[in-house]
Design a protein around this ligand. Structure first.
Ligand code: PXP
Length: 240
């Protein structure tokens, strides 16, 4: 099973000071060294983390699969067709949300999404649709010509009780099974962390998991001790 590492939140930390550090361009090869099979970035309309420069340079330097998460807007389609990531994942995007809140609304947005899929396909970019764990959405994605779906695991990840978690897990499982029966490639992601990933990773037939926030969060903590030691050493070299 592939692991696609979403490095958006390295850029979130950079944007906290509007400077250059930490640079997501340096995070990508480190994720690769750790075993990542792909790098994902979400270029949002408001450029709150990843920006156009990051995407352009990542495309030039990332030797593994570069997955561009994007809203199906004219601007993003123009950028994607120009940059040509290895794949594009269409996601819903609301300006005020903290993160992608739910899967795509395939019923209401079918025409728009279908046109976006066609435009991306014309540029030879494979397309994945980020959908809720719902059998109808899986079938509709296939009908719409998507190459892949990414099943939203957020409700499973956020479930507050074991019973709710079990219910949400079954939804994910059934959607994956339905996708495989329908002949579409199935990925999964959102909210997966070091405590909840194993049951999802154990589902047969999922092509890849897309994980971001938990990995970047852990990187801050597992790297903090060394970072403090390095600063302390610099200070000690000259201070009394
Ligand atoms: N998949 C999609 C489609 C997403 O929008 C996100 C968040 O950017 C992720 C996966 C990763 O979610 P998380 O950061 O919670 O691991």
């Amino acid at each position: 099973m592939k692991l696609g590492v979403n490095i958006d939140h390295v850029a979130t930390l950079r944007q906290a000071r509007m400077g250059n550090d930490p640079d997501p361009l340096m995070a990508a090869p480190l994720a690769l060294l750790g075993g990542a099979d792909g790098i994902t970035v979400h270029l949002r309309e408001d450029r709150r983390h990843i920006n156009d420069r990051d995407l352009r340079l990542l495309k030039e330097t990332v030797p593994i699969e570069l997955n561009l998460e994007m809203a199906a807007t004219a601007e993003m389609l123009r950028i994607a067709r120009h940059i040509k990531p290895d794949m594009a994942t269409l996601v819903p995007e609301k300006r005020v949300e903290l993160t992608t809140e739910g899967g795509l609304d395939l019923k209401r947005q079918r025409k728009k999404l279908q046109a976006a899929i066609k435009k991306l396909h014309d540029a030879r970019i494979p397309v994945s649709l980020f959908i809720n764990p719902d059998n109808t959405d899986v079938e509709t994605s296939k009908e719409m010509g998507a190459d892949m779906v990414e099943i939203h695991t957020g409700r499973y990840a956020d479930a507050k009780t074991p019973k709710a978690r079990e219910r949400e897990f079954r939804r994910v499982l059934l959607a994956v099974e339905h996708g495989l029966e329908s002949g579409i490639t199935v990925n999964a992601g959102h909210g997966l962390n070091y405590h909840n990933v194993k049951p999802v990773a154990a589902i047969d037939g999922i092509r890849g998991l897309y994980i971001g926030h938990s990995i970047v969060s852990r990187a801050v903590l597992v790297g903090l001790e060394r970072a403090v030691m390095e600063m302390k050493a610099l200070i000690s070299e000259v201070a009394l």
